[in-house]
Design a protein around this ligand. Structure first.
Ligand code: NDP
Length: 336
């Protein structure tokens, strides 16, 4: 077996001093367990938080343990009547080639229904996040202006298309020209602004002539600051992620901005709602039924960014935190 272990907690960007690729013994399979071969490892921003020994909504990874992560895997050996070798499952093998896991921790996938990689992407956690955050929490109405950051990414690409389906004016924010072009041309967004441009705020303002009614927050940082200057009365802001801050080691210096910020929340009657997708798994059946249909009907498109080889997982993850990925980031650990 081969795996990435967390050997030291990063301050800032994680590197090979923190995540070590090492050879490990093949896992043994107990009763009621499956031996799984990882096909796809999903790389997601939340993993950065799991490297910190901080209290959060989920348990962090202990030093010496394999780095956590959702996977699409093939059953190699089964000590359960419900699974046979060759079955494909959604699992949480982490960053490793093989894992022995309890049957209750996996869900069988049907390769006839959809490409199996989508179980960790558009038809899985990131898709559900977009669906719940936008449709259930922000509830956009036709004619409103919706802004979504990280608009070309796993969650953002879905948010933008769902907001278009609702009849909104939709403006994406992304960190590269080609991402912005893709978001407009492939997903049909009305505009997309590059947050690295020096006149980002002016461009965003021009793209939102009627102000902003919904902001799907994925990034924080100066994008959030700009949006806050353009929000309308009763704007809704689902707070999904703050990736610009995940590697931050210190708070910025300067004046404390909390008091004017809370003043704006009051005067504009804003709804700012943090959410974590795992609280909303009751929505999974409705989400999967809707999303599968929308994909079939061509109403929702998706882009995956598949990096070859487990040994490239760390550099791919570093790239994710800097915007190198184009769409949902996956590692192809072995062939499907
Ligand atoms: P993405 O596929 O969108 O990849 C991350 C993207 O974040 C990068 O490609 C980059 O895009 C952008 N980014 C990175 N650094 C910065 C920065 N400093 N400023 C602005 N943008 C930056 O990832 P996901 O779709 O998987 O995740 C998007 C967000 O949603 C993350 O914050 C994640 O933590 C959150 N999330 C939250 C969930 C929840 O339950 N609340 C569930 C799933 C995800 P660009 O080039 O456009 O800058």
């Amino acid at each position: 077996n081969q795996r990435y272990s967390l050997v030291e907690r990063p301050a800032g960007m994680p590197d090979e001093n923190h995540l070590k690729l090492e050879d490990a013994p093949m896992p043994t399979v107990g009763d009621g367990e499956l031996l799984l071969r990882t096909i796809y490892l999903s790389l997601d921003p939340y993993m950065r938080g799991r490297m910190n020994a901080a209290s959060s909504y989920a348990q962090y990874v202990e030093l010496g343990d394999v780095m956590t992560g959702r996977t699409v895997s093939e059953v190699v050996a089964s000590k359960s009547d419900d699974f046979k070798p060759g079955d494909i499952v959604l699992s949480e093998n982490g960053w490793q080639r093989y894992a022995a896991v309890p049957v209750a921790s996996v869900r069988k996938l049907d390769p006839e229904q959809a490409p199996v990689s989508t179980a960790v992407g558009i038809l899985g956690m990131p898709g559900l996040t977009a669906y719940v955050g936008l449709l259930d929490l922000a509830q956009p109405k036709a004619g409103e202006t919706v802004v979504v950051s990280a608009a070309a990414g796993a969650v953002g690409q879905v948010v933008g298309q769902l907001a278009k389906m609702k009849g909104c004016r939709v403006v994406g924010v992304a960190g590269a020209e080609d991402k912005c072009r893709h978001v407009v041309e492939a997903y049909g967004l009305d505009a997309c602004i590059n947050h690295r441009d020096s006149d980002f705020f002016d461009q965003l303002k021009a793209a939102c002539p009627d102000g902003i009614d919904v902001y799907f927050e994925n990034v924080g940082g100066h994008v959030f600051d700009s949006v806050m200057q353009l929000v309308n009365d009763f704007a809704r802001i689902p707070v999904c992620g703050r990736i610009a801050h995940y590697n931050q080691t210190e708070l910025p210096t300067g004046a404390d901005r909390l008091i004017p910020f809370m003043g704006k929340v009051l005067i504009k009657r804003l709804m700012i709602r943090g959410f974590i997708q795992s609280d909303h798994w009751d929505r999974l059946p409705a989400f999967q039924a809707d999303m599968s249909r929308w994909i079939r009907e061509g109403k929702v498109k998706y882009q995956e960014d598949i990096v070859d080889g487990l040994e490239n997982a760390l550099s791919a993850f570093q790239g994710l935190l800097e915007g190198a990925n184009r769409g949902k980031l996956l590692v192809q650990v072995s062939s499907d």
